[in-house]
Design a protein around this ligand. Sequence first.
Ligand SMILES: *[C@@H]1O[C@H](CO)[C@@H](O)[C@H](O)[C@H]1NC(C)=O
Ligand SMILES: *[C@@H]1O[C@H](CO)[C@@H](O)[C@H](O)[C@H]1NC(C)=O
Ligand SMILES: *[C@@H]1O[C@H](CO)[C@@H](O)[C@H](O)[C@H]1NC(C)=O
Ligand SMILES: *[C@@H]1O[C@H](CO)[C@@H](O)[C@H](O)[C@H]1NC(C)=O
Ligand SMILES: *[C@@H]1O[C@H](CO)[C@@H](O)[C@H](O)[C@H]1NC(C)=O
Length: 195
Amino acid sequence: MGKQIVATVTVLSTLYLCCINNNLAVSEYYSKTRRCSPKQQVVTNLHFFFHDTLTYPNPSAVLIAKPINLTSLMNNSSSPSPFGSLFAVDDPLTLGPDPRSKQIGNARGMYVSSGERLPTLTMYLDFGFTSGHFNGSSFTVFSRNPITDKERELAVVGGRGKFRMATGVAQLNTYSVNLTTGDAIVEYHVTLYHY
Ligand SMILES: *[C@@H]1O[C@H](CO)[C@@H](O)[C@H](O)[C@H]1NC(C)=O
Ligand SMILES: *[C@@H]1O[C@H](CO)[C@@H](O)[C@H](O)[C@H]1NC(C)=O
Ligand SMILES: *[C@@H]1O[C@H](CO)[C@@H](O)[C@H](O)[C@H]1NC(C)=O
Ligand SMILES: *[C@@H]1O[C@H](CO)[C@@H](O)[C@H](O)[C@H]1NC(C)=O
Ligand SMILES: *[C@@H]1O[C@H](CO)[C@@H](O)[C@H](O)[C@H]1NC(C)=O
């Protein structure tokens, strides 16, 4: 059964590849535009926990740029992520909420604190998997993330490997957050449509 699914997915992605790759005429940079009939989409649901740790000595998210705020400098303001702060992240993804539970992947990329009044983020992240059927595959999120809402939805805009051309949604639920440090554990329920 499992093998059959893998075989089907492989056949579908091969067929789909016909639409992606094409021999181009050497004299031009574009091909003839032709009809493309995408094959049947498949849907996969994922569930995992995302661990974002700003605390040293082992942060998984580090500040790489921030605006100069003279007011805040003078007043020793200590918000962990003021408006305009840009972070690079390599956050572990685990099966359970416990950081010691099995790691199944990582989320890599950046997020920027993009709310002038309310703390909110815009995320540019690639969620890659390192175990199981989707080892080596990843999906991509480019979305705003209103972190003060308990439940929120992020847009999945693409994918690689078995998640090639994925679209979908990630539903987030804050499992725990330390408002002093900014360290957070977030539960993800993801629905991916792919080929
Ligand atoms: C600058 O810092 C002050 C004091 O902490 C804060 O009220 C203000 O929102 C900050 N401005 C920006 C643009 O982050
Ligand atoms: C900065 O600190 C000064 C002195 O404590 C205070 O008068 C001022 O209102 C503070 N400004 C902001 C934006 O917090
Ligand atoms: C800011 O913090 C530094 C170090 O903690 C301290 O020496 C300085 O007095 C503080 N400045 C103000 C304006 O509170
Ligand atoms: C995942 O894929 C990598 C690269 O192909 C391989 O080295 C690794 O052993 C795989 N891990 C698991 C748990 O299958
Ligand atoms: C938040 O982190 C600080 C610094 O590590 C710690 O002292 C505090 O107990 C933490 N708060 C919670 C609610 O875990």
